[in-house]
Design a protein around this ligand. Structure first.
Ligand SMILES: [Zn+2]
Length: 228
């Protein structure tokens, strides 16, 4: 268990534990193998990120790296993830509090043959709509970071051609759930295409789903507020 110099778990310690446990889930859920993929959490002006090259099964809270928003390494004995520039670019361009990058198989397969993950199931509105595929550039490059950010415009997830996926959220749990949803949607897409020409939800139908979800969230929030 990671504790700070005063022996307290603290906010940073909790983020470290969470990153270790979600990294292991990445393997269990089949979203990556070995030490592939990476994830991070933003805490103020610092980003806690998984290290490069340590297999997730061996990862400990103390191995998590700390970098500034400008990429300056502020802590950790291991090298920060090779995709640190992409994570930092997402924090700079979006309200993300956590970022998850996977090498999940359905998404990678789709990226090699499609320019976009189309809306076969309405749950895609949780990702902001049809998910763009960012054109291929080498892992760890600034060009990849720029392509990912461009593909994320008004979206919460993007697919990286011949590589994987990236998603973000207001928490690590939310960013991770979006990575899982994206993989599931890519799976459904493959099943549909294997049976023929799929029907795609229209923009109007997606807007209707978004409006209904908003209305229900608003209703739930009001009910909570009105509760004695
Ligand atoms: Zn990668």
């Amino acid at each position: 268990m990671y504790r700070d110099e005063n022996g307290q778990l603290g906010e940073q310690g909790r983020h470290r534990q969470q990153l270790v446990s979600y990294s292991n889930r990445l393997l269990d859920d089949g979203l990556a193998v070995g030490s592939a993929g990476n994830m991070s959490v933003r805490a103020g002006d610092e980003v806690l990120i998984t290290p490069s090259g340590i297999p997730y099964r061996d990862l400990e809270a103390a191995d998590i790296c700390v970098v500034g928003l400008d990429g300056t390494v502020r802590g950790g004995t291991a090298e920060p993830s090779s995709e640190t520039p992409m994570h930092l670019a997402v924090y700079a361009a979006t309200p993300a509090r956590a970022v998850v990058h996977t090498h999940s198989p359905e998404v990678i397969a789709l990226s090699a043959v499609c320019d976009e993950l189309l809306a076969i199931h309405y749950a895609i509105v949780s990702l902001g709509g049809p998910v763009r595929v960012a054109g291929y550039t080498r892992f760890g490059s600034d060009a990849l970071a720029a392509a990912a950010v461009a593909a994320l415009d008004s979206r919460r997830a993007a697919i990286l051609q011949n590589h994987g996926a990236i998603s973000y959220g207001s928490s690590l749990a939310e960013a991770y759930d979006r990575a899982l949803l994206l993989e599931w949607l890519a799976h459904v897409h493959r099943l549909a295409c294997s049976r023929g020409e799929p029907r795609i939800l229209t923009g109007t139908e997606l807007a209707e789903v978004t409006a209904e979800m908003r209305r229900r969230r608003y209703g739930e929030a009001r009910a909570r507020k009105d509760r004695p």
